[in-house]
Each structure stands twice: as C-alpha cells, then as structure tokens.
Design a protein around this ligand. Structure first.
Ligand SMILES: NC(=O)c1ccc[n+]([C@@H]2O[C@H](COP(=O)([O-])OP(=O)(O)OC[C@H]3O[C@@H](n4cnc5c(N)ncnc54)[C@H](O)[C@@H]3O)[C@@H](O)[C@H]2O)c1
Ligand SMILES: C[N+](C)(C)CC=O
Length: 485
C-alpha cells in the first residue's frame, strides 16, 4: 500500500494471494489492509489537503503532473497490459486497448486542469461584482471493481488530482496489481506525499471506512448496485458527496432494416466481450419480430465458434470469468432462466476443452423466448449470457428497453435515422449508441440513469464531480443598511 508517500505493509501484517483466473496460479501476494490502514491513509490525505500545497498549486502545474502520469503509462503500456491480463484473464489485445484509453484519460484531465478560470456573472445588485469559481472538494475516497481494474481507477484518480483534491484509492481486492503499478508512476512523477494514497483489502473493512469516515468529503464508487446502496447510506453520516457508477442491463435494439451482418457481429461483441463482465454489456437483445429466426440462427452459429482461452494466446477471443464464486453466480442465473421457461439455444455450461479446466470458464450462452418478467431479463448476470426478446413497433422496442431498474447504456440498429433518433430520445440511459456498441472515451461523460448510478465520470462533467461551486460576491460600495434602526 502507498500511504503518505511510503510503501507499507498492512499494520496487521495480513496478506492476500492474487490469483490468475485462467489457471488459478498465485501471481502475487498483496497487503491486506483493514480499517486501521484506511484511517491512516485518510489522515494523510486530510493533512495533505488542509495543510499541503496541492490544492493551491497553480492548476497548470497540477495538470502537467497528471498528464505526465499518462505519458508514463504509454511508456509502460505493454508491462501494464500484461499485468492486467494476468490479473483479470482478459486478452492482452484488450488490455492494451484499456491502457491506451487510460493514458488518454490522464492526458485529457491533465489538459483540463487549467481550463476553468471561473466565471463573472451578471449581478442584479448595483455596485457589486459576482464570480462563480470551482474549488476542489477535499479528501476523496475512491473504490473500484475488478472487471476494468485500472481503467475504472483512472476515471477517478485523474480528474480528482487535476481538480486539486487528495485521494485514498481502494481497488478491488481481487485485482489490485495495475493500480499498485500506477501508484509507482504517481510517485515517479513527484506528486507530493499524502496527496495520493492507496489502500488494499476487502470492501467490508478497508473500503467501508472510506464511506463512513467524517474526514472524507466525497466518495466515488464503481461496482454493484447493492454495494452502492450500502455506501450511499454510510455516506450520509457526514453528508459527503457521492458519485456512484453501478450496474447495467443494457438493451441492444435491432430493427429489420439494420445492416444484417454488422448487427449480428456487433450483437456478439456487445454481450460476449470480456466474457460479458462489462457494466454496459448488451445482454438484452431486442429484435424486430420479422428477422428474429434468421438473426438468432446467425448468432448461434457465430457463438459456437468463439474461442475461449489464455488471454496471452493471440487466438483467444475471450477469457475466463474472474472467480469461481462469480462463475457460480452466472451458472445459477442460467438455471433460473431454464426454470423461468426461456429456451436455451447455445452454451449453458462449462467448456469441455481439457485445457480450460483449471480456469473459471463458461460458454457463451443464449436464451430465446424471453419475456420482460423473467429474472434473467431484469437482473444483471454480468457474464456471457444473452436474452432475446422480440418487438413489432418502435414504441414497443422503447417500452421493453426501458423496462428494468437500470439505465446505463443501450444501442439501436437501423438505417432509418429518424427511427434511430426516435428511440435515442426515449431511452432512459446515460449513453445511447446508434449503429454501434461500446464506444466510450475521455471526452464524453459516462454514467447511469435510474439505479445505474448517480453523477458522471469522464468529460467535463467528470471533472465537475470533483469540485465544489462557490459564488463570491463583492459589494463595491459597502454602507449601512439600517434595517435595525
Ligand atoms: N457503471 C460503470 O461504469 C461500471 C463499471 C465497471 C463495473 N461496474 C459494475 O461493477 C459490478 C462488478 O464489480 P464488483 O463485483 O467488483 O462489485 P462490488 O460492488 O462487489 O465491489 C466493488 C468494490 O467495492 C468494494 N466494496 C464491497 N463492499 C463494500 C463496502 N461495504 N464498502 C465499501 N466498499 C465495498 C469491493 O471491495 C470492490 O473494491 C457490476 O455490477 C458492474 O456493472 C459498473
Ligand atoms: C465503463 N466500462 C465500459 C469501461 C466498463 C464497464 O464495466
């Protein structure tokens, strides 16, 4: 762990083995911190914010340091990508793309650091001047999940530091390795001690302290909806600001006039990329009834040929699930789907391939004959499981698409732009893709409607989350008001 500019073990001396999900080998041993360690990190961040120079440093200097982290990530891209693959099982190609995105995120927020000089607004009061400025929030607790370990951390670290906050980051206990490595880069660029702190350990101990502590001013969390609710409640102790990036059950709407081959190809990518362990996975296919049979047939054929394997093998198209527990959760959902009457048309079991028996693999799975009252349609499975429903009209497609508690992302496929815009305007989701699936980048805000979250990451909005807005009013001709004569 990295606390107050020092690399330290857990005060308890406890450690945790980090496992490669491809073969269950131990790839590293990490410190297993608890509340005590998190309190020490919060204290360091508090002192650095209240007494240090970080928040008052000229924003261009802060921005330069944040950008430099991005440059070092580019320098170490291959090493970081391999580490991410070891830790998560995703393909190296995917990890490399993640690292390129992550470098861009640091460069983007580093560049934004000095762009907001505040605003002079028109005051309705004579002889006065009004300014609106943004200031850092203070000490920020940041908690991230295991599916995109460093990417989700970067979305928090970069804007928080660029805006002048101090941070305590706690990555998922299952996948901490690349986040540790980036803290080495944070040290290398010379971010002052206490400004950026890293604690490792479980959510219930090392993580929970961040949401309950009165010394933390903001908590930013990415993870599951139930954990999000717990954090939101705990954050109410001191009314800290909250930013929550939670799950999704994302519709992929395909109209009959869509380009058939492209829509089939992208429907596969939408749901099976990273073994479906993506918050914005297109796990609900809504297909216009007239092309259902042909479309599903093509999907099944392509699904059977998805090559599972070692993320380091260049022929591998998809890696394993992250853990035995997570695969068991996915398996349980498949059983639920069968009992609910959905028709299992491909997958639905672990692969037979002897080479895959030590990893947490599960075959890409498709259910047809699904209806929106089924749990497999309503709940986030977070694995390689696609449900298929049909619709007849664009109004029905919108109704089905919006019919869950989630509102993270969705896509619509059609060659009719007016139909695409009709749907895009009505989807209650933070991101809508037209004739595409998955794009996200540093410049565009990301986040959820409804129970998919609160607040936004990335874009200017992602920086604003880490600021307080202050109105400074100056009376240019002070005089008594004589109200109490
Ligand atoms: N919206 C997004 O951008 C986005 C991105 C990635 C993942 N996700 C979501 O993340 C979930 C999968 O990740 P996960 O299984 O790691 O989620 P999780 O909620 O189990 O854990 C996420 C993090 O929270 C910590 N945590 C657990 N309990 C805690 C507590 N009581 N207090 C404080 N911290 C606690 C964990 O240690 C981990 O670091 C999925 O639901 C997925 O959709 C969302
Ligand atoms: C936000 N995203 C798509 C990078 C990862 C979601 O799990």
């Amino acid at each position: 762990m990295y606390i107050n500019g020092e690399w330290v073990n857990a005060q308890s001396g406890e450690t945790r083995d980090i496992i490669n999900p491809y073969n269950q080998e131990v790839i590293a041993t990490a410190a297993e911190g608890n509340e005590e360690d998190t309190r020490a990190a919060i204290q360091a961040a508090r002192v650095a914010f209240d007494e240090g120079s970080w928040s008052t440093l000229p924003s261009s200097e802060r921005g330069e340091l944040v950008s430099r982290i991005g440059t070092l990530i580019r320098r170490d891209l291959q090493e970081l990508a391999e580490l991410e693959t070891l830790d998560t099982g995703k393909t190296v190609e995917e990890s490399r793309a993640d690292m390129a995105d992550i470098a861009n995120v640091f460069l983007y927020f580093g560049g934004l650091a000095d762009k907001d000089g505040g605003e002079v607004i028109s005051s309705p009061i004579p002889n006065s001047e009004s300014k609106v400025v943004r200031e850092p929030v203070g000490v920020c607790g940041q908690i991230t999940p295991w599916n995109y370990p460093l990417l989700q951390a970067a979305w928090k670290i970069a804007p928080a530091l660029a805006a002048g906050n101090t941070i305590v980051m706690k990555p998922s206990e299952i996948t901490p390795l690349t986040t540790v490595k980036v803290f080495e880069l944070i040290e290398e660029v010379g971010i002052p001690k206490g400004v950026a702190n890293l604690v490792l350990g479980s959510g219930a101990s090392a993580g929970a302290e961040l949401s309950t502590s009165n010394d933390v001013d903001l908590i930013s969390f990415t993870g599951g909806i139930e954990t999000g609710k717990t954090i939101m409640q705990a954050a109410s102790h001191n009314m800290k600001k909250i930013a929550l990036e939670l799950g999704g059950k994302n519709p992929n709407i395909v109209f009959a006039d869509a380009d058939f081959e492209t829509a089939v190809d992208q429907a596969l990518n939408a749901v099976f990329f990273h073994a479906g362990q993506v918050c914005s996975a297109g796990s609900r296919l809504l297909i216009e009834e007239s092309i259902h049979d042909e479309f599903v047939e093509a999907l099944i054929e392509r699904t059977k040929h998805i090559k599972l394997g070692n993320g380091f093998d260049e022929n591998t198209q998809s890696g394993p699930m992250i853990s035995a527990e997570h695969r068991a959760k996915v398996e349980n959902y498949v059983e639920i789907g069968k009992k609910e009457g959905a028709k299992l048309v491909v997958g639905g079991k672990r692969p037979d391939d002897p080479e895959l028996q030590n990893g947490f693999f599960y075959l890409p799975t498709i259910f047809t004959n699904c209806t929106s009252d089924m749990r497999i349609v309503q709940e986030e499975v977070f694995g390689p499981v696609l449900t298929v429903e049909t619709f007849k009209t664009k109004e029905e497609a919108v109704k089905l698409a919006n019919d869950t508690i989630y509102g993270l992302a969705g896509a619509v496929w059609t060659q009719d732009l007016s139909k695409a815009e009709f749907v895009a305007a009505r989807l209650r989701m933070g991101t809508v893709w037209i004739n595409d699936f998955h794009p996200y980048f540093a410049q565009a805000p990301w986040g959820g409607y409804k129970q998919s979250g609160i607040g936004r990451e990335l874009g200017r909005e992602g920086m604003d989350e880490y600021t307080e807005v202050k109105h400074i009013y100056r009376n240019k001709q002070p005089a008594p008001v004589n109200w109490f004569k």
